[in-house]
Design a protein around this ligand. Structure first.
Ligand code: KG4
Ligand code: ZN
Length: 333
C-alpha cells in the first residue's frame, strides 16, 4: 500500500493505492470556488489552502481505507511541474510521513500521473501506446514503450488546449475554469456555425498551436451578440470543434508514424464529452484501441499519482529525501 499527495496547482488531494494498482481511497479538496472571483489560480492563496487541507485529507483517506500510517509501504508526492509554493506543501508532508514511518519517499511527476491514468481501473498494465496529454498547462503527444520510457512526439508551441478553452471562455464572459463551461454550452450549439482556424502547421507535424484560434475569436467578438443563448452556444460549439479536430487528427497521425494501435488520452481536457465522443468514433474507424480515464481521474487528483508511484515502486525505484520540487519538471529528458 502506498499513500500519495498531489498539490501542484489548486487541488489538494490524497489517495491510497494497493499493489494491484487499485485505489482504496481518494479525496480532493477543491479550491475552484476560492479562485473563481480572480478568474484564475492565485498561487499564494492556493498554497495557504493546501496547508489547511493536507493533514485532514491524509486522515480522511486512511479512515476511508480502514488503514493506518504504519500500513503504508511508501509515501509519494507530486514534486513538479506546478506552482512551487503549492508543490512544497504536499511534498513536505509526504517527506515528513516517510521520515516518521521510516518508509521510502517517491518524488512524482504530475504529467506521468496524467499519462498513466488511462491504465487505471483494470486497463493496465501500462504498455506501448501513443499518448495524448491535454491539460491546463500542457498539450503533448508521446510515444510510450513502458513506465519511464517516454519519447516526445510533439507539444504545443504556445497555449495548451486547456488554456485555450479557459482563455476563450474568459473572453466570452464564462466563469473560470472555462473548459467545463464551454463543454456544457457546446452541447446546445452548432459546431459548424463559425469557421475558426485549425492550426495543423505542416501536414506531418505533431506540434500544436492554439494562440491563432484565440486571436480569431477575439476578432469575431465585436460582431457577436453573446447575450443571445444560441449565439453563445454556437460560438462554444465552434471553438470546441476547432480544438478537438486538431487533437484527434494529430493523435491519429502519430499512431501512423509510430505504428501503434493503442492510444491513451489523459488530462483535464479529456473529460470533455465532445472529445470523448470524437475519439471513440475516430479510433473505431481507424481500428485503434482507445483508453480513457474515468472523468474524475482526468482532472487533477492524487489517485493517478498513487497509481504512477506504485508502478515506479514496483520497479524498485524510490527517491532521496533531498529530491526537491521543480516547477518546470520535464517528463522527457
Ligand atoms: O489536468 P488538469 O485538471 O490540470 C492541469 O494539470 O492543468 O486540467 C485542467 C484543465 C483546465 O484548463 C480545464 O478548463 C480543462 O482542463 N477542462 C476541460 C474540461 N474539464 C476540465 N476542458 C474542456 N472540457 C472539459 N469538460
Ligand atoms: Zn494536471
Amino acid at each position: 500500500m502506498l499513500l500519495a499527495l498531489e498539490s501542484s496547482c489548486d487541488e489538494t488531494a490524497a489517495a491510497i493505492c494497493n499493489a494491484d494498482g487499485e485505489l482504496l481511497a481518494s479525496a480532493i479538496a477543491s479550491q475552484i470556488e476560492i479562485h473563481r472571483p480572480f478568474g484564475g489560480v492565485v498561487p499564494e492563496v492556493a498554497s495557504r489552502n493546501h496547508i489547511l487541507h493536507v493533514k485532514p485529507l491524509v486522515e480522511q483517506v486512511l479512515a476511508e481505507a480502514g488503514l493506518k500510517l504504519v500500513d503504508m509501504q511508501a509515501f509519494a508526492a507530486t514534486t513538479g511541474p506546478g506552482l512551487v509554493s503549492s508543490l512544497l506543501i504536499g511534498t513536505s508532508m509526504a517527506k515528513a510521513l516517510s521520515v516518521a514511518e521510516n518508509k521510502p519517499f517517491l518524488a512524482m511527476n504530475h504529467m506521468e500521473g496524467h499519462l498513466l491514468s488511462p491504465f487505471m481501473a483494470g486497463n493496465g498494465p501500462p504498455r506501448a501506446c501513443v499518448a495524448l496529454i491535454v491539460s491546463g498547462g500542457h498539450t503533448m503527444l508521446l510515444h510510450m514503450q513502458g513506465v519511464g520510457e517516454y519519447r516526445l512526439l510533439g507539444k504545443t508551441r504556445d497555449d495548451a488546449a486547456g488554456e485555450a478553452f479557459d482563455k476563450i471562455a474568459k473572453m466570452i464572459g464564462l466563469p473560470y475554469p472555462g473548459g467545463p463551461e464551454i463543454d456544457k454550452l457546446a452541447a446546445q450549439g452548432r459546431p459548424d456555425a463559425y469557421s475558426f482556424p485549425r492550426s495543423f502547421l505542416d501536414g506531418q507535424s505533431l506540434e500544436f498551436s492554439f494562440s491563432g484560434l484565440k486571436t480569431a475569436v477575439l476578432y469575431e467578438l465585436p460582431k457577436l451578440d453573446l447575450t443571445q443563448p444560441q449565439v453563445l452556444a454556437d460560438v462554444c460549439a465552434s471553438v470546441q470543434e476547432a480544438i478537438l479536430e486538431v487533437l484527434v487528427e494529430k493523435l491519429v497521425l502519430a499512431t501512423k508514424q509510430c505504428g501503434e494501435k493503442l492510444v491513451a488520452v489523459s488530462g483535464g481536457v479529456s473529460c470533455n464529452r465532445g472529445l470523448r465522443a470524437k475519439l471513440s468514433a475516430r479510433c473505431e474507424k481507424e481500428g485503434l484501441t482507445l483508453l480513457l480515464a474515468r472523468p474524475e481521474l482526468c482532472t487533477d487528483n492524487a489517485g493517478m499519482i498513487a497509481y504512477a508511484a506504485m508502478q515506479r515502486f514496483q520497479l524498485g525505484q524510490t527517491s532521496p529525501l533531498e529530491a526537491d520540487v521543480d516547477p518546470n519538471l520535464s517528463l522527457v529528458v
